[in-house]
Design a protein around this ligand. Structure first.
Ligand code: NAD
Length: 494
């Protein structure tokens, strides 16, 4: 099967018919072929994803290369219109897409989960359509007029994770298309079907070859990242894979945007109101059942209000229903895969052995299904404990006591990760002073993890480099070009 046989990569052959089964039929591997995908909440087989070969990948990149110049020539206005129409198509199929996402990824329909994620896809497309990257006159001194302009880079490889598979695909694809690039997407092997369905919907508005997808495991991503005809790699995933992509870029000199793992700290200052911040802390940590790059992953609370914050958080946690993805009452779901479940179970078990105090949760919720782990708050842990130092990427939050703010800042900064962080306080100036001392791409004050299509987002240190969203996000998928014009009345220098 070739990449263009999947329906995920062809243009306009599919129609906008109505259920998640229709979407699945568009993108599934032929009967008896492909890689079986199971629903995390139930263990039932959802479908089979195509597994693309090296030849398929080469064909997709060649098609992208061939289609890109005409797409670039179509101009910003036309491409923006295409993005707007894509958003309308997603809205028209929002419910089946959300159901497919819920079944494949495991996240519930409600809460900040599947319906929310699909809504974010069309919102991001519309915002990206409305964003412009203007040329900038950098020198105009009578002798020279130098203008910084932005051209498409060419072919973009977009490699994504399984936690927010649709939204992150749109984060990569929308600016790349907007700037006149062609894109080849490699979805996570855990959540390929929903991403292929999304690509198939987007392709209803695109010329053939401009956007395609290759599906398979890590080696397909490795081939895409190292392909000699790929000019830019947008990668979102683990820091370990990010390092491999940096190595492969030595071969093809691809530009990179690397959105890697996080271990975000939150610091609660002594003047915070525990009741007022409990809900924000909870969703900061447990959005998508904790499987979020910029989730709050370790919480530092001042000694003076430690127990009050722990109690307030526990009250919120106990009120949040966890359950099957298609159950309308659930707002928390299973871990997406066994590997991640095992990471969370191991770190929680280890934290118990080290004297961590289980406030809520602590044991797998086997009554719900094989991959469910309840919201687990663990108090009295310290720096150096693996649940604090490693990225848990799941519903377990270590809560650490501090008494000196300098120590809390040092704790926040001591790890390799530098994606996000937050400071919680009734005093905005005090919070800001702490925020400025934290080594992270974003520091939120009195919230955690919110993103906005016009606000640049990206990590520092081990969380990668490059920015997404807004004007900075468009620059990241563009090749800068300076047009430098000498005044005709002035002789050029030797
Ligand atoms: P992962 O690195 O295992 O996989 C991500 C993607 O890379 C998958 O599509 C995979 O097939 C592919 N891949 C694997 N090996 C590859 C290789 N050698 N070359 C190229 N591609 C390869 O990550 P994951 O487990 O899917 O995602 C979880 C991680 O992603 C967490 O660490 C999380 O913090 C991070 N993440 C970061 C952000 C962000 O914006 N910074 C957002 C979401 C997730």
């Amino acid at each position: 099967m070739t990449a263009t046989d999947t329906g995920a990569s062809t243009s306009a052959t599919a129609t906008s018919a109505g259920s998640e089964e229709d979407l699945l039929a568009r993108v599934s591997a032929p009967q008896g072929q492909g890689r079986q995908i199971r629903e995390p909440a139930t263990g039932a087989v959802l479908g089979a994803a195509p597994v693309h070969s090296k030849q398929d990948l080469d064909a997709a990149v060649a098609a992208a290369r061939a289609a890109q110049p005409a797409w670039a020539a179509s101009g910003h206005e036309q491409r923006s219109q295409v993005l707007l129409r894509m958003a309308d198509r997603i809205d028209a199929l929002a419910e089946p897409l959300a159901r497919l996402l819920a079944r494949e990824q495991g996240k519930p329909l409600n809460g900040p989960n599947a319906r929310f994620e699909v809504g974010a896809c069309s919102a991001w497309l519309r915002a990206t359509a409305a964003t412009t990257l203007e040329p900038q006159v950098v020198v105009d001194d009578g002798a020279t007029r130098a203008e910084l302009t932005y051209r498409p880079v060419g072919v973009v490889g977009a490699i994504g994770p399984w936690n927010w598979p649709l939204m992150i695909t749109i984060w990569q694809v929308a600016p790349a298309l907007r700037m006149g690039n062609a894109v080849v997407v490699k979805p996570s092997e855990y959540t390929p079907l929903s991403v292929l369905a999304l690509i198939s919907i987007l392709n209803e508005e695109l010329p053939e070859g401009v956007l395609s997808a290759v599906s398979g495991e890590g080696e397909v991503g490795a081939r895409l990242a190292s392909h000699p005809d790929v000019d830019k790699v947008m990668f979102t995933g683990s820091t370990a894979t990010g390092r491999r992509i940096i190595e492969s870029s030595a071969g093809n000199l691809a530009r990179l945007t690397l959105e890697l793992g996080g271990n975000d700290a939150g610091i609660v200052l002594p003047d915070a109101d525990p009741q007022a911040i409990a809900d924000g802390l909870f969703w900061g940590a447990f959005i998508n059942t904790g499987q979020t790059c910029a989730a709050l992953k370790r919480l530092y609370v001042h000694d003076s209000l430690y127990e009050e914050v722990v109690d307030a958080l526990a009250d919120v946690a106990r009120a949040m229903p966890m359950g099957a993805s298609l159950d309308e009452t659930s707002v928390l779901g299973p871990l997406q895969n066994k590997q991640q479940f095992d990471v969370v179970a191991r770190l929680v078990e280890d934290a118990k052995q080290r004297g961590g105090r289980i406030v809520t949760g602590g044991q797998p919720a086997t009554e719900l299904g094989e991959l469910f782990f309840p919201v687990t708050l663990i108090a009295d842990l310290k720096d150096g404990d693996p649940l604090v130092d490693e990225e848990q990427f799941g519903p377990a939050l270590p809560i650490i006591r501090y008494s000196e703010i300098d120590d809390a800042v040092a704790s926040a900064n001591r790890l390799e990760a530098g994606l996000g962080a937050s400071v919680w306080s009734a005093d905005p100036a005090a919070a800001r002073a702490v925020a400025e001392r934290i080594q992270a791409g974003t520091v939120w004050i009195n919230s955690h993890g919110g993103v906005h299509p016009m606000v640049p987002f990206g990590g520092v240190k081990g969380s990668g480099y490059g920015l997404e969203f807004g004007v900075e996000g468009l620059k990241a998928v563009a090749a800068p070009q300076v047009i430098s014009a000498a005044s005709p009345t002035i002789a050029p220098t030797a």
